[in-house]
Design a protein around this ligand. Structure first.
Ligand code: AMP
Ligand code: MG
Length: 442
């Protein structure tokens, strides 16, 4: 794969082209592991998961009241109460084999299976029954006692206040598809289905390297020496990779010398990294040698993207291991990670959703794009009332957009996406917004 036309060419590839090309390079890792459902949080299922049984397993009362045959309540009204004989009490977890006959009722509590013969529940409020929810009621239940008769003052229909068996899950139906990322909702579905462990893709291992002579050691706590800065990208990329559920290998920092970069990358290869992510040293400067180091012992197939911030993003392989080289400016590094590395990590870990949710929003102020590139402006999206009482998504840039202004990332929850041709969006205009951390579901 060689995407830019050649080292001398000025042609840059678009972000979408780059994402497509990158995704085409990767298949999900083929190693799987079976882990408990809670450990699977954030991991991706390798198999379709069928329901093992009906959930709920029986028809049950959705509130406290009296289980009856609905047909026995026909004509019941406040001024024409219908008398029932109460033949027992059913609390959640209790069952009875004694079927309900005509004119009979069970006092029933939320969650208790409907007794045989009953097809509806009359809420307690629709009767002259006493004591639900109070001490008297609790006592009556624990003693298995109930009043002998109750007057029903409302007519109910079959199925009223009954949650039917299999309403949630029907035995054999597919509950979750292969390629689904496990969120708390999936943990709950699996738990309710009685599934305690699942097969998932293994985590991928990402080696993270910062480059630059100007970086001080991560644990340097004192004042900075002249010309020195702290390493934001290393921790930022480690955190992004951790958020994405990967195992991380901290390769630390390399100097702007080929041997230093080379040595660090080789260490990542030796440690079995599935992917190496570097930052810095990929521009056109005299000291930017990351591309050369990769090319000397592998290949470079992408080295320039029609993107702001993040143009010098580079992709290649070093000793066969894929390397994604991010620009040094911290915002560029983070944005390029979100746009280009995150989809690859998702694909490698088996996630079907690789590209996050986008939506249209109203710009609350003028936004300019003088870059001639596709511009991703850090923004704050919120839902708010607009003109004529409409409720719509609105978005505002976070302020100055310099690619060193890291605090703008911290203030943002979205990226406002402006095409290379869009020079200006006026206040009130519509813009494309890419939410951070929101992915489509299938
Ligand atoms: P480079 O792409 O190496 O030319 O770096 C571009 C800018 O980003 C320079 O101002 C660097 O000092 C800065 N930079 C590079 N790496 C880091 C890092 N790990 N943390 C913070 N800033 C960095
Ligand atoms: Mg540098």
């Amino acid at each position: 794969m060689q995407l830019n036309d050649g080292p001398a060419s000025r042609r840059r590839i678009s972000v979408d082209e780059a994402i497509r090309a990158l995704l085409a390079q990767f298949d999900p890792v083929s190693d799987h592991e079976r882990i408990t459902v809670l450990d699977a949080l954030g991991r991706t299922l390798v198999e379709d998961i069928p329901a093992r049984a009906d959930v709920p397993p029986f028809d049950y009362a959705t509130l406290d009241g009296y289980a009856v045959r609905a047909s026995d309540t026909v004509g019941a009204a406040p001024d024409r109460p219908v008398p029932f004989e109460v033949i027992g009490v059913l609390a959640a977890g209790a069952v009875t084999s004694r079927p309900l006959g005509k004119g009979e009722a069970y006092r029933i509590l939320t969650g208790a299976p409907l007794p045989p013969g009953a097809d509806a529940v009359v809420p307690f409020e629709g009767t002259d029954g006493k004591g639900f929810g109070g001490w008297e009621g609790a006592d009556a239940v624990s003693l298995g006692l109930a009043e002998e008769r109750v007057a029903v003052r409302v007519q109910v229909r079959s199925g009223d206040d009954v949650r039917p068996r299999a309403e949630d899950q029907r035995s054999g139906e597919i509950l979750l598809r292969s390629g689904t990322r496990v969120r708390p909702a999936e943990v709950a579905v699996l738990a309710s289905a009685g599934i305690y462990s699942v097969w998932v893709h293994r985590r991928i291992r990402i080696g993270v390297l910062s480059t630059g002579d100007e970086l001080v050691a991560r644990d340097h706590d004192g004042p900075l020496g002249p010309g020195k800065i702290r390493d934001a990208n290393g921790p930022a990329v480690l955190a992004l990779a951790m958020r994405d559920g990967a195992e991380t290998v901290d390769l630390g920092q390399a100097l702007d010398q080929p041997n230093s970069v080379r040595g660090s990358l080789l260490k990542g290869v030796a440690l079995g990294c599935d992917l190496l992510v570097t930052s810095g040293g990929v521009s056109m400067g005299d000291r930017d040698m990351v591309k050369h180091v990769i090319r000397d012992e592998g290949e470079v197939s992408i080295w320039s993207i029609d993107l702001r911030p993040g143009k010098p993003f580079t992709f290649g392989r070093f000793h066969g291991v894929p390397v994604m080289a991010l620009p040094g400016n911290p915002v560029s590094a983070m944005v390029a990670y979100e746009l280009l590395v995150n989809p690859v990590v998702r694909r490698l870990q088996g996630d079907r959703a690789t590209v996050p949710v986008e939506m249209m929003a109203i710009a609350d102020q003028e936004i300019l794009n003088d870059s001639g590139r596709e511009n991703f402006v850090r923004g704050v999206a919120r839902i708010a009332g607009g003109a004529c009482g409409s409720i719509e998504w609105h978005v505002c840039p976070t302020g100055p957009q310099g690619s060193g202004i890291l605090t703008s990332m911290s203030r943002a929850n979205c990226l406002i996406r402006l095409s290379p041709e869009t020079r200006r969006v006026e206040s009130g205009g519509r813009v494309r917004v890419r939410l951070m951390d929101a992915f489509p579901l299938w």
